[in-house]
Design a binder for this molecule. Structure first.
Ligand code: 26W
Length: 815
């Protein structure tokens, strides 16, 4: 447990002290943002103290460390989380109250750092929390993007992207470590030759040097002094301006060189599950990888004087393929800078790297043109070629004479570098993120690799930071839980299971319903304030929040909503369980269909809200700028969780876990972690519909799917699509969307993700949702069972599995 106890009085004094010293003001004159900053500084002091202790311990005992590399860390706000973990949240709330401030208002002052797109980045953040709590020696590495994911504004129904500047209030959590600045070399020319002694000499020149300046965010764990560190690299030009160029009159060129270096950490790429072959992105990847490895290796050498024992002391975990260049970069450091042979370097490298795959979408699998890798990192390209050559020789042993297969599996082919193949060749572990996804990797995506390296493949089902998503986001629910089962579940999430014993406790179930209503009210107030829409508190809050992507099938939800609208228009007095459909989603700026889908949701929302015949029973709300802090309001208020991707495509999903933990019931396909959620709660406590993976895959592969036939035979669907062509009364034309569903487009088949095929089954499941909701006791009972069985989806459990099965480091977690 943390050593320090924080009292209200001590905190008040500390905050007042910070206000005085940093802002030269008294409590009475302080603004909310000054108070926020003062609180953050007080909390930070405690964290940095713990961080130093943790670092010293790591240094002393020399146990194996985990280095978690990820291009995204969607950490969310820090103040409340750290205060909770340090056990000072109550005292802080009381201290602020005494000083005349509401805790919630102060928390609102903090910007929500958007250093990620979606699932991948949020998972990385949840895992930092898990590592800190489980006592794993972990460091996360990423880029300190000046601008995170764009801010989304909805203007006349359409998404508009605005730059996000989070640093103003986020800076307080980052401690610069200037003395550990590294230099990354980009571009230039490399000459390699063997000297008289037969030793390889690598001469690298004319490159552009870029400084990597580290900023450390201490990530607290719960009930422990162990701190996980998140190291964010900022790119800086080493010279204010290139003086040589400058004095020779090439002012602009000097300026350009300078700016080029600094743009590396300027902005996060907003594509999710879709690669953009931009050279700046590849520079970012190499920048992250090279700075990180130089950092780890320099410290390791300072301690041991050699890198020979590197693999015993470090695991380099790569989160998806984006940091795969760690493999050739570590080879480069070991060979070029430490005189190791290829074989020795390869042994160390391939025993240090572990790779997690997060997607099976073909358009997300990374490939880089050889020419680009060559241009930006010539030495790395040489090493990749050599890895490829040796790898292909190895493949030859498994598939002799099968040239076709070998070129299919090669790392370099058709003038591109296939990052996933490089990751598989150079790592000792490859895992998927849910049981189903890991099976799909083995059986379909990486079948041939699995034949060769079956022992490298494993599964670790994703998990979420349950303290953030339950205890902090939903304090009333946490209090209710704790009144029954105590606080043990905070570090032993499986103890939530004890709640199963209360499934028939009417009083508890009523209380659960009451709490949900309070959380719904909070969201309703938010909606009123931001969308000007009054929602019916007795309606089912049905939520789909996630990135906008065709495979996630927001479209299926929309088609169903339109069909409900028709049903109500035909029969306004029918006995209809009122529903509020809530969406929140960002679309990649270049993804036209996704953006049009957002517009479609907004058109429908407006049409319904303007129609007195239906608007009390049916509502559609699109919440602007979905992000972590907004999710913290939405999750506790949700009653239905939409997890409706076409089976086989959603690697895991983690929103599904957050909803469940907050007592929402899932309507979903047998995809990703939904399968395990279904197993955990039982079929009777979840609404499953649609094709399962084998059927969906077979239908897609057969080429015989014809949505037009469904359109012709199903009057409900026909009317929905006809309405889409006809429009929603605001003059916006959606024929393109209808065409995409019925005829295909953009080089794809009609209704690629088979929304029409699953429509009837989905509508039927939604009808079951409505009927179930009529019996509130039954509904609350199902909600309780979902909460009670959500413990296995805690990040603490995932991290313990990584630690035990992949990283081979010790943890404090008890399964
Ligand atoms: C190169 C462009 C790009 C950018 C991001 C390709 C792929 C990605 C991510 C890996 C996509 C992603 O976030 N995948 C999600 O990962 C979550 C965490 O494991 C899963 O829960 C989601 O199902 C998966 O879509």
């Amino acid at each position: 447990m943390p050593k320090t106890q924080y009292t209200k009085t001590a905190l008040k004094e500390a905050i007042a002290g910070k206000l005085q010293r940093h802002f030269a003001c008294e409590v009475e004159d302080a603004t909310k943002d000054q108070v926020y900053e003062a609180c953050a500084l007080v909390v930070r002091d405690a964290l940095t103290e713990h961080m130093i202790e943790t670092q010293n311990e790591v240094e002393r005992d020399g146990e194996r460390q985990v280095h978690y590399l990820c291009m995204e860390f969607l950490v969310g706000r820090s103040l409340r989380n750290n205060a909770y973990n340090l056990g000072m949240l109550d005292a802080l709330t009381a201290a602020l109250k005494d000083m005349g401030f509401e805790m919630a208002d102060i928390f609102e002052e903090e910007a929500d750092p958007g250093l990620g797109n979606g699932g991948l980045g949020r998972l990385a953040a949840c895992y930092m929390d898990g590592m800190a709590t489980d006592g794993v020696r972990g460091t996360g590495y990423s880029i300190r993007y000046e601008h995170g994911i764009f801010k989304q504004k909805i203007v006349e129904g359409q998404q508009v992207e605005l730059p996000d500047s989070w640093l103003s209030t986020g800076e307080v959590w980052q401690i610069p470590a200037m003395d550990e600045t590294r230099e990354v070399k980009i571009g230039g020319t490399v000459d390699t030759y063997f000297d008289d002694n037969g030793k390889l000499v690598v001469n690298y020149h004319d490159y552009t040097p870029v400084l990597a300046v580290p900023y450390d965010m201490p990530i607290s764990g719960y009930g422990t002094n162990n701190i996980a560190r998140l190291r964010l690299w900022k790119a800086q030009s080493p010279i204010a301006l290139d003086m040589k160029l400058f004095s020779s009159g090439e002012y602009l060129k000097a300026l350009e060189k300078h700016a080029l270096a600094e743009t590396i950490s300027m902005v996060l790429y907003p594509e999710d599950n879709h690669r953009e072959g931009q050279s700046l992105r590849l520079k970012q990847q190499y920048f992250l990888v090279s700075a990180t490895l130089q950092d780890i290796c320099a410290k390791h050498k300072a301690k041991y004087g050699t890198l020979e024992n590197f693999a015993h002391k470090h695991v380099l975990h790569i989160n998806d393929t984006h940091p795969t260049l760690v493999i050739p970069e570590l080879m480069r450091i070991l060979m070029d800078e430490n005189d190791m042979s290829w074989e020795q370097a390869w042994n160390i490298t391939s025993q240090s790297v572990a790779y997690t795959n997060h997607t099976v979408m073909p358009e997300a699998l990374e490939c880089w043109p050889v020419s680009l890798v060559q241009e930006l990192m010539p030495r790395i390209m040489q090493i990749i070629y050599e890895i490829n050559e040796r790898f292909c020789k190895e493949l030859w042993n498994y598939f002799p004479n099968d040239f076709q297969k070998i070129s299919k599996l090669a790392i370099v082919a058709d003038d591109t570098v296939r990052m996933a193949h490089l990751a598989i060749a150079g790592s000792f572990s490859i895992n998927g993120v849910s049981a189903l996804h890991s099976e799909i990797l083995k059986e379909r995506v990486f079948t041939d690799f699995y034949k060769i390296y079956s022992s490298k493949f494993c599964n670790v089902t994703n998990g979420i930071a349950h303290r953030r998503w339950l205890c902090e986001a939903n304090p009333e629910l946490a209090e209710l839980i704790e009144s029954k089962i105590g606080t043990g579940y905070r570090t032993h999430p499986s103890e939530l299971q004890v709640l199963n014993n209360y499934a028939d406790d009417k009083e508890l179930l009523d209380k659960l319903g009451e709490i949900k209503r309070h959380n719904k009210q909070r969201l309703a107030d938010y909606i009123k304030e931001h969308n000007g829409i009054e929602v019916n508190m007795d309606s089912i809050f049905d939520v789909q929040v996630k990135r906008l992507h065709e495979y996630k099938r927001q479209m299926l939800n929309i088609l169903h909503i339109i069909s409900l609208y028709h049903k109500l228009k035909d029969n306004p007095d029918m006995d209809f369980v009122p529903r509020t459909f809530i969406f929140g989603s960002k679309a990649a700026p270049g993804y036209a269909v996704a953006k049009k889908t957002i517009q479609l949701i907004n058109s429908i929302s407006k049409m319904i809200d303007n129609d007195p015949a239906v608007r009390d029973k049916l509502k559609v709300v699109f919440l602007e700028d979905y992000k972590v802090s907004l999710a913290e309001i939405i999750m506790p208020a949700a009653e239905v969780s939409e997890q409706i991707s076409i089976a086989g495509k959603e690697a895991s999903g983690t929103g599904n876990m957050k909803f469940m933990m907050n007592g929402a019931l899932t309507i979903g396909t047998m995809d990703g972690a939904n399968v395990e959620i279904c197993e955990a709660v039982g079929k009777e406590n979840i609404f499953i519909f649609g094709m399962e993976t084998p059927e969906a895959e077979a239908l897609a592969a057969s080429g015989s799917y014809e949505p037009m036939v469904i359109y012709q035979n199903d009057p409900v669907i026909r009317r929905v699509l006809d309405q889409m062509i006809h429009g929603f009364g605001d003059g916006v034309d959606y024929t393109d969307i209808a065409n995409l569903l019925l005829h295909g487009g953009n080089g794809g088949p009609a209704d690629r993700y088979m929304s029409l095929k699953d429509f009837a089954s989905y509508a039927e499941a939604q009808e079951r949702v409505s009927q179930t909701y009529r019996d509130q006791d039954q509904w609350n009972r199902m909600a309780l069972i979902n909460i009670a069985n959500s413990g296995r989806f805690a990040a603490d459990r995932s991290i313990a599995e990584y630690a035990q099965n992949i990283w081979r480091v010790k943890t404090n977690f008890a399964f």
